[in-house]
Ligand binder design. Structure first.
Ligand SMILES: NC(=O)c1ccc[n+]([C@@H]2O[C@H](COP(=O)([O-])OP(=O)(O)OC[C@H]3O[C@@H](n4cnc5c(N)ncnc54)[C@H](O)[C@@H]3O)[C@@H](O)[C@H]2O)c1
Ligand SMILES: [Zn+2]
Length: 367
């Protein structure tokens, strides 16, 4: 398995065509032939951000050019603050000025921000044009590039404007992760741990065995781990493309994680917030759905081993988490639905009355 150069997964789609998800080392070199397999296009737009531009986008543009694919490179400002409708409009205007039409192909080369913006522009430009995802952060490789959710933020909240638009291909090359900061790497691992906890006990065992060694970008097990985490998301999306029910298990750790992000005014990274959210959800799972003490401890240990927190910061009152839950309409008729773990690798959705939740959170955080 370790020798495998690339792993091909598939996401089936009822609304768009199905597509491949490729995971491997050095596979960006074959992007041109993957594009040719998809068909012929009238023009190519390579959308990236200013940080990724010199690291990945420009070398990729040169390599595509030497294989007869000429791309127009458009670099957006980096970071979440660029994820606005204004950026999408600018991007669409540039595409129009360059003569892009319905047969043009966009390539999203960057983290989740570039992927979400480019996917959204592709969804609405001339009522929809094809695009492919070339994710360059760990989070984007195992999470945001998969599943076809695209969109931007509004001043009053994240991801409030968007569309479902499936890419034609996702190509994740692990070699591009070497330039990521160790914080970004740790943050991405929060989503890998999530995938293991909700769906894949074997992935959990590998993570548990390797621990902090996985933060080394050269670790030879990374390809297997990223492919397994991607496979979890592909399986869940294949069962529930439009998030009617099952896809909600991907929100494990995210209900309280998002509440924590809001309560700290986003002064905490997404990965850390999700790690704490998972820590709380593991302890709620002990109380509400019978997760064994041993498995709860193993889950908490793993999160910590990868350098992530499992407790609410001391300066945050756990009560403060209930406010964003109310505001986000997560509490309805006095009940909040949580993704909990019945076992490692088996997620269940469980209702908790808000009064009990308050008591549970107090109890958990007193320890
Ligand atoms: N669409 C979905 O289903 C989905 C799911 C989860 C998250 N998201 C979205 O994803 C976004 C977060 O994604 P992210 O964490 O990748 O953030 P990001 O795209 O902002 O990337 C983080 C930083 O890393 C830099 N970077 C990217 N690749 C790099 C590389 N190879 N080397 C060095 N630096 C690099 C970027 O320039 C940026 O400054 C959020 O906006 C979130 O809402 C979307
Ligand atoms: Zn997340």
């Amino acid at each position: 398995m370790l020798e495998m150069k690339r792993i091909r997964l598939e996401i089936r789609s009822e609304t768009d065509r199905s597509y491949d998800v490729l995971v491997g080392r050095g596979i960006l070199d074959s992007l041109h032939s993957e594009i040719q397999r998809l068909g012929s296009f009238s023009s190519y737009g390579l959308v990236t951000d200013e940080v990724v531009r010199p690291l990945v986008a420009e070398p990729l543009q040169n390599q595509l050019r030497s294989n007869s694919i000429d791309t127009t490179l458009i670099a957006l400002p980096p970071g979440e603050s660029a994820k606005t409708i204004g950026t999408v409009l600018d991007l669409c205007q540039q595409l129009l000025a360059q003569g892009f039409d319905r047969k043009s192909l966009l390539l999203a080369v960057g983290g989740g921000v570039v992927g979400d913006i480019t996917g959204f522009a592709a969804a609405i430009y001339m009522r929809g044009i094809p695009y492919i995802q070339v994710p360059t952060t760990l989070l984007a490789q195992v999470d945001s590039s998969l599943g076809g959710k695209t969109g931007v933020d509004l001043p009053s909240g994240k991801n409030l404007l968007g569309a479902f638009h499936q890419p034609r291909l996702v190509l994740s090359d692990l070699d591009v992760l070497t330039s990521l900061s160790s914080d970004a790497r740790r943050d991405g691992f929060a989503e890998v741990i999530k995938a293991a906890l909700i769906e894949d006990p074997e992935l959990f065992s590998i993570l548990e065995r390797e621990g902090a060694d996985l933060l080394d970008p050269g670790n030879s097990l990374l390809q297997t781990i990223i492919a397994k985490a991607c496979a979890v998301k592909c399986r869940v999306v294949n069962r529930d493309e439009r998030e009617s029910g099952l896809r909600r298990i991907l929100n494990f750790g995210h209900t309280l994680g998002h509440a924590l992000e809001a309560a700290t005014n986003y002064n905490i990274s997404h990965g850390q917030a999700v790690a704490i959210g998972m820590g709380l959800a593991v302890r709620l799972s002990r109380q509400w759905v019978g997760l064994s003490e041993d498995n709860a401890d193993r889950a908490l240990d793993l999160i910590q081993k990868l350098g992530l927190p499992t407790d609410i910061p001391k300066n945050i009152d756990p009560e403060a988490l209930l406010v964003p839950l109310e505001k986000d309409k997560k509490i309805q008729a006095g009940i909040c639905h949580f993704v909990l773990l019945a076992e490692i690798g088996r997620a269940v959705i469980h209702p908790i009355p808000v009064g009990d939740l308050q008591k549970s959170l107090q109890k958990i955080t007193r320890h």
